[in-house]
Design a protein around this ligand. Structure first.
Ligand SMILES: C[S@@+](CC[C@H](N)C(=O)[O-])C[C@H]1O[C@@H](n2cnc3c(N)ncnc32)[C@H](O)[C@@H]1O
Length: 142
């Protein structure tokens, strides 16, 4: 699995709890201080990488990792330039394993509009218990 924009690792810890022992989680985060926090978790399945989600293909190669089964994203598509958002979604689509999942959780709808031309209409679900409610956009690579 790959997590884009793990921040301080709240979602990362939940993913690690749910992952089987033989799996691996590559996190890609712009801020090196956040990568250091993740490093300190000391989980052998976790590979924290400081860099940009746009470079996901090169980063997977650098760590000798295969095409991921799932990419989970918490990066803010609503506040980044549209061209960067599109290039991230294309890079994710191109690197995913066939049948792989791209899941982006967001407060706003930009990622759904950006992703539809690249990956088709997403499945959208709301988590009402989050404050404010969170949207989950989910694509499956054909
Ligand atoms: C809203 S925070 C993530 C919160 C975190 N996922 C959580 O569950 O608490 C967004 C993170 O995305 C990172 N980010 C923004 N653009 C990015 C990019 N192009 N590549 C990698 N990380 C990025 C930011 O540095 C920030 O840490």
């Amino acid at each position: 699995m790959v997590e884009l924009g793990p921040g301080t690792g709240g979602t990362t810890k939940a993913l690690l709890e749910a992952m089987p022992s033989q799996s691996r989680l590559l996190t890609i985060e712009l801020d090196p201080r956040f990568s250091e926090l993740l490093e300190a978790l000391g989980d052998p399945r976790l590979i924290p990488h400081t860099g940009s989600a746009t470079d996901i293909a090169d980063i997977l190669q650098e760590h000798s990792l295969p095409a991921p089964d799932a990419v989970i994203s918490g990066i803010p598509f609503s506040t980044m330039p549209q061209e960067i958002g599109q290039s991230i979604i294309r890079a994710v689509r191109d690197c995913l394993a066939p049948g792989g999942i791209f899941l982006a959780y967001q407060f706003r709808g930009h990622v759904g509009r950006l992703g539809a031309p690249e990956m088709g209409t997403p499945d959208v679900q709301m988590e009402w218990l989050n404050i404010p409610p969170m949207r989950f956009y989910r694509w499956v690579k054909q």
